[in-house]
Design a binder for this molecule. Sequence first.
Ligand code: ATP
Ligand code: MG
Length: 453
Amino acid sequence: MRMEPRIVPRKEHRISRKHVSPNALRTLYRLHSRGFIAYLVGGCVRDLLLGRTPKDFDIGTNATPGQIKRLFHNCRLVGRRFRLAHLRFQDEIVEVSTFRRSADPSDAVEVDEANQGRRHVRHMKDENGMVLADNIFGTPEEDALRRDFTINALAYNIADASVVDYCTGLTDLKDRLIRSIGDPQVRFTEDPVRMLRAVRFAASHGFDIERTAWECIRQLCSTISRVSPSRLYEEVQKLFLLGFACPTFALLEKSGLLVSLFPDLAGWARERDGCFEALERHLAGIDELVRSGQRASVALLLAALFGPRLEEAAMARHREGIPRRQALDETCAGFLKEISRGVQIPGRVGARLNAILALKTSLCRMPPRRPATLAGRPEFAETVMHLKTAAGTEGEHQAALTWWKAFLLENPPAESAEAPADEAPRKKRRRRRKKPRRGRSSVVREEGTAHGQ
Ligand code: ATP
Ligand code: MG
């Protein structure tokens, strides 16, 4: 898809510096003043052109990670698959990446001169053509062409405030079309996550997926299982917790991707009268919550998606004579083990899901026993949230919600110090490594280098 880039001057596009985060602007200016190319790249340019507020600001440059690190004291180099610089500001991280290009086979292993000739994998594909590492520097154009979709390959050049389009991003943005850069068959094989991203952008932006790309998704949907479970966990959060879970769910189902992500979920719901629709309404409840500015956790999402199925299975065990709580715990444990083969659910999130479903039973018993103790549980707020988002779907919860609303008015909850289950536990402050004393062996000194991070 190589063509002359289309350069749109400032007066012919709507991106104003006023809408760019001051931290990102400062970073762009500093890179530019040191003689480097500095572009805003990726989703933020797409969103600024659409008049939306970008989630984050990414910068592309021809400065190498080492040069970026030397230029910014708040810089941390991260990532193995893509080596990136994170600039940490008080309330924001700006990602700065060196322009990269797609690799050819001769790039498989290159000598990394910065590491004293050590052999360092810069680009690697597995036997199916999936890219495992990709660290070869390139030009701004090459960088744009290795991105996923044309609307995500636009750039904003700080040097003259122009928008640069290396493929057909501007036209596709106008036509509200998600089009792969290059052959979608190849691009989705290189990285099956791109199929989830296509669905996510289509659902969240109300765009269509271009026909060939859509057909490829339908054909390749099962290859999503090649993606690592931990990466899929990250993607599931983006798919379902950004305020568009309901349309995303529908499109995942239509594309075949839902079965690859969560086998049985749709089938189970469709077999039960009204269950699939109830699931969609529950997701719409979560969307409403997120759009009103509240934060929804993964445990809350899992309770919406899988709660009814887990409760049904736990009840069946209970009927066989296993105590109610034990039946639920065993059902949840089995489910988490099974789901984590595809999508890795962290243990603390699984425990929270289990706790929400257990507390839900106690909250719905009318009148509840020892309500003050129940209200003091760490998972109380999330369980009430679960009841609220399910309210449109499970009429019987309405009575419980009304009861607890009245109770909380009379007994306002104390500020809870409990972090939501899927929030990463706070990092311990790292102790500064002592400077190696002169004369110590080189092995000790090497431990402190960034290599192999
Ligand atoms: P969001 O608004 O959700 O942040 P985004 O497009 O900015 O959307 P990011 O995950 O922040 O998505 O990625 C930034 C950019 O990096 C994308 O716009 C795209 O150009 C590129 N990118 C991200 N993931 C991939 C991928 N799997 N393959 C190719 N390019 C990708
Ligand atoms: Mg982004």
